[in-house]
Design a protein. Sequence first.
Lengths: 245, 286
Amino acid sequence: MIDAYSILWSDLAALKRRWPRYLLTTLMSPVLYLVAFGWGLGRGINMNGTSYLEFVIPGIIALTSMTTSFNGAGTRLNVDRLYFKSFDECLMAPVGLPSLLLGKALIGVVRGVLSSVAFLLVAMLIAPHIHISLPFVIGLLLSCLTFAFLGVLAALLARSHEDMATFGSLILMPMTFLGGTFFSLSQVPFGLKMALYALPLTHASLFLRAAALDQPLPWTSFLVLMGFFFAFLGGGMMALKRMSV
Amino acid sequence: MDNIIDISGLSKEYSGKKVVDGLNLSVEQGELFGFLGPNGAGKTTTIRILTTLTKPTSGTVLINGIDAAKDPGKVKEVFGVVQQHLSLNRDLTIGENLELHARLHHIEAAERKKRIADLLDYVELSDHRDYLIDDVSGGMKRRAMIARALLHRPKLLFLDEPTVGLDAQTRRRVWDLIRRMNREGATVFLTTHYIEEAEALCQRVGVLHHGKLIAIGSPLELRQTLGLVAVELQGDGNGTTYRYFPDRAQASKFIQDLPSSERVIMRASNLEDVFIELTGQKVTGD
């Protein structure tokens, strides 16, 4: 655990040097989504007694946790591994593989939480009824952990920077728009609905939305998200074992 | 004296092609050993195997008597590495890069503070501790990498082309550092494609060609196998040919018997001559 913190320490040192710029850039996409979909397209739409704005904000938080955690851990590791080549230094240090994996994922979690909280603060200015509860915080943390480990897994499998971009285009981009962020899954045909339930973001959105709107919590989604977390963690561990002696 | 590196039957294949082929090699404790080879000879692959970054296809590597495949964690405590490419984290300062390395090697806070200050002084970078990596020169980056590799006081140092891309003056400073590290007890395993570097620094040199060790010995021993005196014959349009002789007397006699039109240079042979004769190639970066 100390080794994982050591790795996180270096990433935090780098983040500390440019956190204002980081927060500004990380807020851009979710705020644009909020303005375009929440205020623009969705104005006047009612989602079973909830305004579309209140419906979409938890989805955007789930989406923010996904993109920032994935990129915070994955892009960073990809650069360390293939561009800076500084990941070799970690591999040559007397550090256990679980600590190494966790250390590389933790910066994704930190960035995911920071961005999500920053967006939440902005969102609460226009939708103060968002309900921040313990399940919401736990759901957010689980979402950040899951996507941070997905980022680490992708970065360990990637053979080039293009591979990461391809992963983003083929996996993250469809999830962004289809993962229950902007619309309710009850509105889509059965076959598509089943396909969308196979996406981790769908479950993050469902859980965070229910928690934020103080509705009955979909624990099945929480468990499925946890399943994804363990799958990405296991995949990352296997990828790391394969590349180290 | 005990061996700090014992390699036996080491092979590495990529897509059926042997990059390292049945390598057997031992390096004694306290030695400054040079590993030479032309482009693609397998030098960097060998170093990557020795430093636990790459799995061998077959063979065993013992570092300080520990099997690198069976107990990589313990082996990692024994060596330090300066890689061929820049492997510093460019988002961090020089001091932070060293701090991270010290933390990963479990050096206590007070001790790591002292060691970082001492080593930055050692490599003359104390004034640049808080500079980001991209804000310092190539020579400073290389010295920072050396300081980092020494931080956990390794018994064995792998230096993979440590002076590549450096100007002559900086290269000499790095040479002094390498000599000093060796004098102070560290075994140094050096790969280089600067032949004069191996000649100036190494007590023993191994020549790797197509993944095989084709010669090993001190620079003088290797030169003796070829001849200590070289004669260059610069023919018209036929390029330069080389002849080697055990001493100046025999070389002079050979020159006297040549036609007067021949342009001739007599000089001491060097490791590059040995290398070219052995491999038929100039030494280039791996």
